[in-house]
Design a protein around this ligand. Sequence first.
Ligand SMILES: NC(=O)C1=CN([C@@H]2O[C@H](COP(=O)(O)OP(=O)(O)OC[C@H]3O[C@@H](n4cnc5c(N)ncnc54)[C@H](O)[C@@H]3O)[C@@H](O)[C@H]2O)[C@@H](O)CC1
Ligand SMILES: [K+]
Length: 538
Amino acid sequence: MNGAYSADQVRAAERPALDAGMGAVLMSRAAFGLAVAVQRLIRQRRGGLYGARAVALVGKGNNGGDGLWALANLARRGVAVSAVLVDREAHAEGLAALRAAGGHVLSLPGVPTGREYLSFQDPQSDRYSRPVGVGEGVEVCCRADVVIDAILGTGARGGLRGPAASLVGALALAQAGQDGFPPVVACDVPSGVDPDTGEIHGPVLYAELTVTFAAAKAALFLPPGARCAGRVEVVPIGVEESLGEPVLGRLDAGEARALLPRPSADGHKYTRGVLGVVAGSEEYPGAALLACSAALAAGAGMVRYYGPASVCAVINAVLPEVVCHSGTAVPEKRLPGRVQAWLLGSGVSGDEQLDRCRAALGSGEPAVVDAGALDLVGPGTDRPELILTPHAGELALLLSRLGTEWNREEVEARSLAALSEAVESTGVTVLLKGPQTLVRSPGGLGYSQADGTPWLATAGSGDVLAGVLGALLAQAASAEGADDDGRWARVAALAAVVHGRAGRIASGEAAGGVGRPLTARDVAAAVPLVWDDIRTGR
Ligand SMILES: NC(=O)C1=CN([C@@H]2O[C@H](COP(=O)(O)OP(=O)(O)OC[C@H]3O[C@@H](n4cnc5c(N)ncnc54)[C@H](O)[C@@H]3O)[C@@H](O)[C@H]2O)[C@@H](O)CC1
Ligand SMILES: [K+]
């Protein structure tokens, strides 16, 4: 499984090698990997390296050291390279290597350029760095074929400050406003993003590619930081064995393939999982239809629908497979019919549907708790087999109801903290919907999935996700032998994979297209194709 790690975990894994005096070796591996990735990018854009220009923004620590060594490597391959020093110090050996390879050294206002600086860091050199203002720094970057962001890595605390913040702020404006702005390659993590939480502090550049060392840092799996990271490439540096358990996992295609349920030869509809759905209402019948279609498409052995007679009629007109129950809920009594799992709350409104949701929750089976049913889960519920599926706004409301004031923007800015607080307070599993889908169970590993496409942000898409998750939950609940603590989070992560991939099929991106508008119905219709798509390893 792909995993993302905290800065402390990576530092701890590096410690034995650093204690054994291998710091320079680790850095040379990191810098080599960075340089190779940059060369590839330049070749894709220009066809060759000769005559290309690379600029690195260089901070004072080892992240800057990686950038300097990578530039030296590029210079030896014919690339014209410049380092823009943004701090009062720079990695001494890296700077010497860059100079020896013929690279240019520029420094921002406020960064010393004279002999006192060089005698501190670079006693062998008799060369000075050339002072540049922010405006010239921007021009130098705009003329480059690639900009390497090597200001801050895992040592970052808070956002960029001083000259670095001025330059990156100006570059971010140029990047936002100019089509021809060169691609940015972030070294380890985009500078200005908290490596552990993905929070963005102040100005930050959007990278096309992040080359990260040993393992992905948590920020690369977490919004909003992950949005600045672009594609993520992991360069091994020889400490990977010591990393331990990641803070966040990500199911890849191979794992998803192994987890996707398949019917056994002697199975029948009940062993394949029966899902009870309390969704939709007279006001929103569409939510019920989408959730039921998606559940059938994701392989539920049978779907039972519970709701108003008018919605039952709509469902049966389109989906004759669904068994509908329009009787009202009787307090303290189970709803009729056996099910292995529930999907509750998508598009529900009114007391009747909420009563059905309460009855279903009281019956003890695992359940997806969506939209209108989220209010039914309180503090100390302590049922990991309940999977809540809020978006950021709904999670803010849930947390506020549980006793801590959050708003939507705060949840979006600190998504892992918000998610963890909800899980700890309620004791249930939570799946937070968004461009990255985050999942966490009490005491278990969390997941971050990024399988979808922005085209999925469309009305009804959440109802389809809830239907897919409900079907997978019913199948997991009816499967034998899979009763470890991690299974609820795993099934939620798998639903995010299926939903995301169905979105990419429906938008044409899975087939190599640039993407096109889709409807939630298109996504539901594409769900069965995910089984083929994943089996062929695409
Ligand atoms: N330790 C190792 O063995 C390896 C480290 N590597 C690189 O080293 C990086 C970590 O290096 P460092 O620990 O030196 O840390 P950084 O290079 O991330 O930061 C350097 C220093 O900047 C200061 N700083 C923190 N936040 C700041 C802010 N907001 N504004 C201004 N200054 C700030 C701190 O004093 C920090 O120690 C990794 O991200 C990776 O790129 C790689 O070379 C692989 C090997
Ligand atoms: K960086």
